[in-house]
Design a protein around this ligand. Structure first.
Ligand code: ADP
Ligand code: MG
Length: 857
């Protein structure tokens, strides 16, 4: 068997260490991929697959991308959930004996991206780890780009733990200690126990690490291990470890979050149309990310909420102050990610300038904040470290507008380094001497058109047009290049000056780079200060965003009640209201409490506004519990510990479970977890099964919630038979989405009123949908039959069997056809037609006759 070339052997040895990545193997100006990597990558990236002779029996599949445009390709692979190992030449090819030494310098994975260009400003880029240990599951999530790390643990329920991890919308998951992995479509990595360094957490987080339980420790360790093996660089900026208990916050499961469209819409999974979209009037990327976190984790503590609301109130009432603040915030760049890049060592001089500009905005920001009378804002301001030392350091060290590349020079300000300044003046002097040369040589030679120029190949030269060559001083000028109508010369003096200039420039660039990295490491020593400043600025930004949107949309400050009262006067759905353009949103009230009005049973036809009303109430609760004003005229709310939303599903099959099964599983989950302080929204539960079955279940669920749980519940249903419950069960109250019939048509008023819907309007809705008249008429007659046949159905105690037999028999009496008499006739004709006895002409005639007949209709 043939032997692979040494380079391919080297490739294979490295690839063995990184089997689950695309190995980008540096070859000169390209990154090349080989073997299966090449085949797959050529497909994923739509680049040409070629081959290379590698000494084996067959040509090796290969494809490559230029190193300067590799980023785009890497981003593409990451987006598809792949990992990329970047393998560089780590010695100078000129000095190499044999194959150039190569090493993987970094593994880039979807969860460990750092570069601004791959990230979305207002979104964190999390990766999460789940670690099962001692009956608990630890969940840790970190964002490498900002340095945040969060950790919690729960009693071992895999599903709940995964739900918690998924709240971060991680790009990647790491698992430790699971016998079987939970199902997820995210890129996942399993860490084995022998890989874990049990003490990694202590060295990364000497303080906060001590407070973690074993499951939390394992989760953080798993993340640190994974980051360590992929990044191979300083993680100094990862200093913020925040431990929390999910019970500190208003809890919502993944389903409820999605259903309420908190951060993205259900339909197209975009931010636009979500609560986040509506509230996002933040000016900074950090603020944008914090807002998202606040929305995902509403609070339970009244003091904390009132503090936020005080701040919003103060800012809402002072338009001038708010606009000043917004202007200041506009000058603040993404401090968290800047800090991340600075300590990671990939920040350039422009990043440091952005840092400086951001810091320069702080004193004014503080001044504005201290004018307010809200204690939180004053406190936030007082704690802001202006980092004046860093500002003056950066001002002294760097020019205002440095180039992007850190290898070109032009970054360091004059006066910062004496030697650099000397080199500068040497180069400058040389250039002045050359600039003056043109004048002096013109005078010496008498050639008025003589020019001094520069090109990359020959350096500086003196150019004389052909017509003046006779006047060139032969001994002093040396001919270097001939052009069509000119000659170029050099002189020994000119070359001497040129050498000095070039030498100075080369030294300058090297020195600048050294000085720059020193500046960057100096700043890197202050990361915690920058991070804490960033946090404060982000909070101010979110609070001003709340104030801005509250002012613009006429939101009011919610009050909190301790006695279970829950009253909203003229509440609106904030997002529906915002997207309804000219049509005005119809405001609605809610009155609930802990005894007489605990379950609102909402009846009304489809499209009447039931679901919107329910979501509006949940959203108002969430908004109040993140400290924002709410869309209402008045709101007095009890603090809610959990929100459950469940939507009845139609009965089709998805993934082996009928959706009705899913509906029941989810409802069970809500019934298990809810407390008297929870808010439950059940939207047409029981719809996915037969009518009586569904009604019976719905009633039982309401009874259970009312008698056993005591949670505030909104239950919408189109079974208006259920409204009878209000008469027999304390705490259940009927409300209905009002509709009016005008000229036999249905008008939706979107107004929720007390009392039950007088009847069901399904057929009207079908009519609105322009169902064939035949269907509408037929449905009306069937309904009449049903209503006559089951007088007693209002009484739910009646046996289901009797209910079934009566109406169904009534329906079956007359056979039904969906075709018109003409159509029936044509069909009959067609059936009877003897093709063997039909000429083409006859057939044509028949077709014509049929068409005429159909046209008549
Ligand atoms: P249901 O759940 O009763 O079938 P929806 O809540 O889905 O009805 O509402 C149907 C439509 O009516 C929604 O698309 C919404 O745009 C509109 N709507 C609902 N409530 C209101 C309201 N209060 N004011 C104005 N339009 C509303
Ligand atoms: Mg609905």
């Amino acid at each position: 068997m043939a032997q692979y070339t040494p380079m391919i052997q080297q490739y294979l040895a490295i690839k063995k260490e990184y089997p689950d990545t695309f190995l980008f193997f540096r070859l000169g100006d390209f990154y090349e991929l080989f073997f299966d990597d090449a085949i797959l990558a050529s497909r994923e990236l739509e680049i040409t697959l070629t081959g290379r002779d590698g000494g084996g029996d067959e040509r090796i599949p290969m494809c490559g991308v230029p190193h300067h445009s590799a980023d785009g390709y890497i981003a593409e692979l990451l987006k598809k959930g792949h990992k990329v190992a970047v393998c560089e030449q780590v010695e100078d090819p000129k000095e190499a004996k044999g194959v150039v030494r190569r090493e993987v310098t970094r593994v880039i994975t979807p969860g460990t991206m750092m570069e601004g260009k791959w990230l979305t400003d207002k979104e964190n880029n999390y990766m999460a780890a789940l670690a099962a240990l001692d009956g608990r599951i630890g969940i840790a999530a970190c964002d490498m780009s900002t340095g945040e790390m969060y950790v919690t643990s729960l009693l071992g329920q895999t599903e709940a733990a995964l739900d918690e991890a998924l709240q971060y919308r991680p790009k990647e998951l790491v698992f430790f200690g699971f016998d079987s992995l939970p199902k997820t479509s995210l890129p996942s990595t399993v860490v084995e126990s022998q890989q874990l360094d049990a003490f990694a957490v202590d060295s990364q987080y000497p303080e906060a690490g001590k407070e973690l339980d074993v499951a939390m420790r394992a989760a953080v360790n798993a993340l640190l291990y994974y980051i360590g093996t992929t990044q191979k660089r300083s993680l100094a900026h990862m200093r913020l470890l925040k431990r929390y208990d999910s019970k500190q916050y208003l809890q919502m499961d993944g389903f409820s979050r999605r259903n309420l469209e908190l951060t993205e819409t259900i339909r197209d999974k975009t931010k636009k149309g979500s609560l986040l979209w509506l509230l996002d009037r933040t000016q900074t990327a950090m603020g944008g990310r914090l807002l998202r976190r606040w929305i995902e984790r509403p609070l339970l503590g009244r003091a904390e909420l009132d503090a936020r609301l005080d701040a919003v109130e103060a800012l809402k009432s002072d338009l001038l102050l708010r606009s000043d603040l917004r202007t200041c915030l506009d000058n603040v760049y993404d401090l968290e990610r800047l800090a991340g890049r600075i300590s990671y060592g990939n920040a350039n001089a422009r990043d440091l300038i952005q840092l400086r500009l951001s810091l320069e905005a702080v004193p004014e920001l503080k001044r504005h904040l201290s004018q307010t009378n809200a204690p939180v804002l004053q406190e936030l301001a007082q704690g802001m470290d202006e980092c004046a030392d860093l500002v003056s350091f950066l001002q002294a060290a760097l020019v205002d507008d440095p180039p992007i590349s850190v290898r070109e020079g032009g970054m360091i300000r004059t006066g910062y380094d004496e030697y650099l300044d000397k080199l500068h003046s040497a180069s400058r002097d040389g250039k002045t001497w050359i600039a003056q040369l043109e004048q002096s040589e013109r005078e010496a030679t008498g050639i008025r058109s003589l020019k001094v120029g520069f090109n990359k190949v020959f350096g500086y030269y003196i150019e004389v047009s052909k017509s003046n060559i006779a006047n060139v001083p032969a001994g002093r000028y040396e001919r270097k290049q001939t052009l069509a109508n000119a000659e170029r010369y050099i002189t020994p003096e000119l070359k001497e000056r040129e050498a000095l200039i070039l030498e100075a420039e080369e030294k300058m660039i090297e020195l600048e780079y050294q000085l720059f990295t020193a500046v960057r490491s100096e700043i890197a020593g202050h990361i915690p200060r920058l991070q804490s400043l960033a946090e404060r600025i982000a909070s101010v930004d979110v609070l001003q965003a709340f104030a801005t949107v509250s002012d613009e949309r006429g939101f009011v400050r919610p009050q909190f009640a301790d006695d279970g009262e829950y009253v909203i006067v003229d509440g609106r759905h904030p997002v529906v209201e915002a997207v309804l353009e000219r049509e005005k949103y119809v405001a609605n009230d809610v009155r609930m409490n802990q005894d007489s009005r605990q379950v609102l049973l909402i009846t009304g036809p489809n499209m009447a506004g039931k679901s919107t009303y329910m979501r509006q109430i949940a959203l108002i609760t969430v908004m109040a519990q993140i400290g924002c004003f709410v869309p209402a005229k008045e709101a007095k709310l009890s603090i809610v510990d959990q929100i459950f939303t469940r939507i009845g599903a139609a009965d089709d099959l998805v993934g082996g479970h009928s959706t009705f099964m899913v509906e029941m599983l989810e409802t069970r989950h809500a019934l298990q977890k809810a407390t008297a302080k929870s808010l439950i929204l059940l939207d047409e539960i029981g719809r996915g099964t037969s009518t009586y079955d569904g009604m019976a279940l719905a009633q039982a669920v309401i009874e259970y919630i009312c008698q056993r749980i005591g949670a505030k519940t909104l239950f919408s249903t189109h079974y208006h038979e259920l409204t009878g419950l209000a008469d027999t069960m304390k705490g259940v109250v009927n409300v209905n989405a009002r509709c009016e019939e005008r000229d036999g048509k249905l008008l939706f008023l979107h107004k929720i009123e007390e009392g039950r819907a007088d009847k069901s309007y399904g057929i009207h809705v079908a009519e609105l949908a322009e169902m064939p008249v035949w269907v509408i008429e037929r449905a009306r007659s069937i309904l009449a039959g049903l209503e006559a046949g089951s007088q007693a159905t209002a009484d739910m105690q009646m046996s289901l069997e009797t209910l079934w037999s009566a109406p169904v028999a009534a329906v079956r009496e007359e056979p039904v056809s969906l075709l018109s008499p003409e159509e029936e006739e044509i069909l009959r004709d067609l059936r009877e037609l003897d093709l063997n006895a039909t000429t083409p002409m006859d057939a044509m005639m028949k077709l014509y006759a049929w068409k005429q007949q159909l046209k008549k209709r």
